[in-house]
Design a binder for this molecule. Structure first.
Ligand SMILES: [Zn+2]
Length: 214
């Protein structure tokens, strides 16, 4: 069994794209906690209702809820997971220590992207209204502008994908991720990839680094 991977990287660092490739090539199971939360809310379970209430008030879903959700959806003894979206701050990192995941071999994989690259990436990002596929006008353009290659849906830009918003988001992100990186570095399980390059170049570097642990 491969080790588990905890994905770390700012919004727009391209970690989602890289996770898809890792799933295809190495057989990881990709768990997006954002997706788990949305699915649970849709189910309308008592847990889902509690989550909805928290999200509506603009608060972070608390750690016990996140752990319950992960335990219900993952068997860390059976499969190798890529955990995407959690943990995002040092409190969550410490909470995660209660899960089976960290009793196995695991690594934290950080997609390090510089501000200029990130801005370019985010302001060029378009997503399909229908199937949510993400395109990038600079790196991964659709065949026809504003039309999805997969389903023909309309491509739209998120209203918060602007330079100003990106800058603010990054400042907040950097201050919360630094203690997380320090923690995993201290445990000698941190792998860093330069994510400012093109997706293919990033994946090439990632594969080289994975060779050392898989
Ligand atoms: Zn589409």
């Amino acid at each position: 069994m491969n080790p588990h991977i905890i994905l770390l990287g700012a919004p727009g660092s391209g970690k989602g794209t890289q996770a898809v490739k890792m799933v295809e090539d190495y057989g990881f199971l990709h768990v997006s906690t954002g997706e788990l939360l949305r699915t649970e809310v849709k189910k309308g379970s008592s847990l889902g209702k509690a989550i909805q209430k928290t999200i509506e008030t603009g608060k972070l879903v608390d750690n016990p809820t996140m752990l319950e959700l992960l335990n219900a959806n993952c068997d860390f003894n059976k499969s190798s997971y890529i955990l995407d979206g959690y943990p995002r701050n040092i409190d969550q990192v410490k909470a995660l220590n209660q899960l089976d995941l960290v009793k196995h071999k695991f690594y934290a994989l950080y997609f390090d992207v510089n501000m200029d690259a990130l801005q370019k990436r985010i302001v060029n990002r378009r997503s399909c209204k229908k199937c949510s596929r993400i395109f990038n006008l600079a790196f991964d353009p659709p065949k026809h502008s504003s039309v999805c290659d997969s389903c023909g849906g309309e491509l739209i830009q998120r209203s918060d994908d602007t330079e100003e918003v990106v800058k603010k988001r990054m400042t907040v992100y950097n201050s919360t991720i630094t203690p997380v990186l320090d923690y995993y570095r201290g445990r000698k399980v941190l792998i860093e990839v330069n994510a400012s390059k093109t997706p293919n170049e990033v994946y090439a570097e990632l594969k080289e680094k994975l060779k050392m642990i898989l």
